[in-house]
Structure formats: C-alpha cells, structure tokens
Design a protein around this ligand. Structure first.
Ligand code: SAH
Length: 232
C-alpha cells in the first residue's frame, strides 16, 4: 500500500505534491486504500473518498502504532561535504533508518549550498519510499563545537576516524547496546588532529571503520548499516 506523510492537523486530507502524485502519477481512484502517517509513528489505513485538483480527501479506517522502526536511534552529525553529496547522504541514510541528521560545520567542511527545505523534502520522500513511519529530522546547520556539547543527550557518541588503530566499531558494538547514539562524520578533508582531541575530551570515542579510507558519503551509510544490523 502506498504511504504518505501529512501534517497531523491535515490528516485525513492530502494536499501539495502528494495530491499530485496520487491523482496524476499513481492514478489512484475513489475507494482505493492508502496509508497516512503523521510522522510520529501512527499509521492510518485510509480510503480515498474525494479527488480534487490539489486535494485528496480520505476516510480513516483503522489506526495502528508502527513497530518497524529500529529500537536504536542514531543521530548522524555529518560535516558538510560538497553540495550534492549531502542530498545523497540524507536520502540513503533515511532508507537505512537514521533518526536525525545534523548538518555540521567543521574546520574543513564546505559550507556552500545549504538547503534546509530541500533536505527535509528529500528525507520525507525517502521515508515514504522506504516504508518508514517517521521522517528523520534534519536539524539546522550546527557548529562542530556545539555538536560536541550534545554528547550528554546520548548513551554513546562516536567519531569515526581513519587514523584510529585501536578501537574498532565492532568491538564497541559487542560491548555496548546503546539506544541513543550520536555519530560524527568528517568532511572530504577529514578532521584535524585538534578536532579529534576536542571530541575525545568531550567524551566521544574514536573508532575505526576498517583498513580502507571511505569517502565521507560512504562512511555515514556504512556505519549506519553496521549499527542497525548489529542492533536488530
Ligand atoms: N582526510 C582523509 C579522509 C577523510 S574521509 C584523507 O583524505 O585521507 C571522511 C570521513 O569519513 C572521516 O573524517 C571519517 O569520519 C570517516 N572515515 C572514512 N574512512 C574511515 C575509516 N576507515 N575509519 C573510520 N572513519 C573513517
């Protein structure tokens, strides 16, 4: 069944690009059923009762609480990469189950083309497509130092670092079973030595993701897939 997110106060009415999608792309008809989600994990199985140009009215048949979301809540603080890469990271990490993405400004990140609205839209579409019941929050652009201060909101904070030789992600995941996890990924140019030291002082654990150096957009997807796989 097709899934659509709509603001809580609008449900069971759909407007905007989703209304266009239902009417003109999927060509759904009156009587067809869809799932409406309010972004909090509630799934309303609904029947289409009226189709207008930019507005679809539905009737809610049943409501249930989604159980498909992973127990582990991963926040990815991604130091800004070159423009288009962030779109890809948001899309893929949403598919993989990320809970929140914090676009982060570090010493070597490229702060150009920051597009908050577009990023939230990419997250919404990827959440619909991949059958999620929540839309990951894309936070406002945040400075590296301020991400470090968020440590206390999490059970565990990791900073993947290609020069880390002692601690592997695997060893961490077999020791801890965190529920709220913060992961801070460097930009194309990586972190400076000073940034790594600041993060460690703030309580972050530096981890290796293996012998090979991954591109910034690969690192987030890879660690997320590993963490979620290990927790399910
Ligand atoms: N500056 C480095 C690579 C940066 S890769 C260089 O050019 O040599 C971008 C980010 O991905 C890093 O900051 C780190 O957070 C993560 N990363 C990539 N490969 C990694 C690995 N093998 N282990 C841990 N983190 C890695």
């Amino acid at each position: 069944m097709h899934r659509f997110f709509a603001p809580q106060d609008q449900i069971p009415t759909i407007t905007g690009s989703d209304a266009h999608q239902i009417k003109n792309v999927l060509r759904l008809k009156i009587g067809d059923q869809i799932e409406l989600l309010d972004g909090t994990g509630k799934i309303h199985t609904s029947k289409i009762i009226k189709i207008e140009q930019n507005k679809i009215d539905c009737e809610i048949l049943t409501t249930k609480q989604d159980k498909a979301e992973s127990k582990i809540k991963v926040t990815l603080a991604q130091c800004l990469p070159k423009a288009k890469k962030m779109d890809l990271i948001i899309q893929k990490c949403t598919e993989l189950g990320v809970n929140q993405i914090i676009p982060t400004l570090s010493e070597r990140s490229i702060a150009k083309g920051e597009k908050a609205d577009r990023w939230q839209k990419i997250a919404k579409e990827a959440a619909e497509q991949s059958g999620r019941s929540i839309i990951p929050e894309i936070s406002p652009l945040t400075k590296f130092e301020d991400v470090l201060k968020m440590k206390s909101n999490f059970d565990l904070a990791l900073i993947p670092w290609e020069l880390e030789k002692e601690t592997s992600l695997k060893s961490i995941l077999t020791t801890y079973q965190p529920i709220k996890l913060l992961v801070l990924i460097g930009p194309e140019g990586g972190f400076s030595q000073e940034e790594i030291e600041l993060a460690q002082q703030a309580g972050f654990t530096s981890v290796s993701l293996g012998q090979r150096i991954l591109r910034t957009e690969t690192a987030g997807m890879a660690i997320l897939a590993m963490i979620i796989y290990a927790s399910e």
